[in-house]
Ligand binder design. Structure first.
Ligand SMILES: [Fe+2]
Length: 234
């Protein structure tokens, strides 16, 4: 395990993909049709659950790494979490209320509110990648980072792991996907790795799946200098 474990990059790529996809669905939902509106409520509910669990894991396991070293950064990202948590709850209520009495006009208002939330969320996760993660690398030992990683993993529900993995796998590069599979194979049972690959097969386009399968032959050659990246999220 590299000391430069990255808590954010992979799961944030998955979150960006899902947020963009949800934005497109919000814009293409027929808000005159209760069935179509309710489909968006379900989609948004699953996405909101993933974001809430992800934020809790960061609060409990990642930000405490900086509590003594960079309290000003912790204060900054915790304030963003509180703001986004409030906005997410309000938006989720608005979406459900609108779907209860859907109209084209209110649907367009929901779409615009979704885009505003996504814009704010994107800036927050950029802060985490460019402020929080480098500060942790500067301030913490590899052992401290690894302990936080293990505690975070232990805190994940099996359903949350699967949910996050399916978000991440289609959103990352071939090299990241191969590295993620390698790390998973090293750190889990053969049954768990088979489940990982089964998820990958379902989540990936056929061509990407074939490239992952082909890369398995080269698994031992993962570069040691590359930052390791977790698939944590929910
Ligand atoms: Fe966050």
């Amino acid at each position: 395990m590299s000391a430069r474990h990255d808590f954010f990059t992979l799961i944030h790529k998955g979150q960006r993909k899902e947020l963009f996809a949800a934005t497109v669905v919000a814009g293409t939902t027929d808000w005159d049709d209760p069935s179509s509106a309710n489909d968006f409520v379900s989609l948004w509910s699953r996405l909101a659950s993933m974001l809430e669990a992800h934020a809790a894991h960061e609060h409990n396991h990642v930000f405490p790494l900086l509590a003594e070293h960079a309290p000003e950064i912790v204060e900054h990202v915790e304030a963003a979490h509180a703001d986004l948590e409030h906005r997410l709850a309000t938006l989720t209520d608005t979406i459900a209320r609108t779907a209860g009495h859907p109209t084209e006009e209110h649907g367009l208002a929901v779409y615009r509110e979704v885009t505003a939330f996504v814009a704010l969320y994107l800036l927050h996760i950029l802060d985490e990648e460019t402020l929080v993660m480098p500060a942790i690398w500067r301030s913490c030992t590899g052992a401290e980072i690894n302990a936080a990683r293990l505690n975070l993993q232990a805190d994940q529900s099996p359903a949350g792991v699967t949910r996050s993995r399916r978000a991440i796998l289609p959103a990352i590069t071939d090299a990241e996907r191969t590295s993620m599979a390698q790390a998973f194979q090293r750190g889990s049972t053969s049954e768990a790795f088979a489940a990982f690959m089964s998820d990958a097969r379902q989540a990936l386009e056929p061509s990407a799946w074939e490239r992952l399968e082909e890369s398995r032959a080269a698994f031992p050659s993962c570069p040691d200098h590359a930052p390791s990246m977790s698939e944590h999220g929910s």
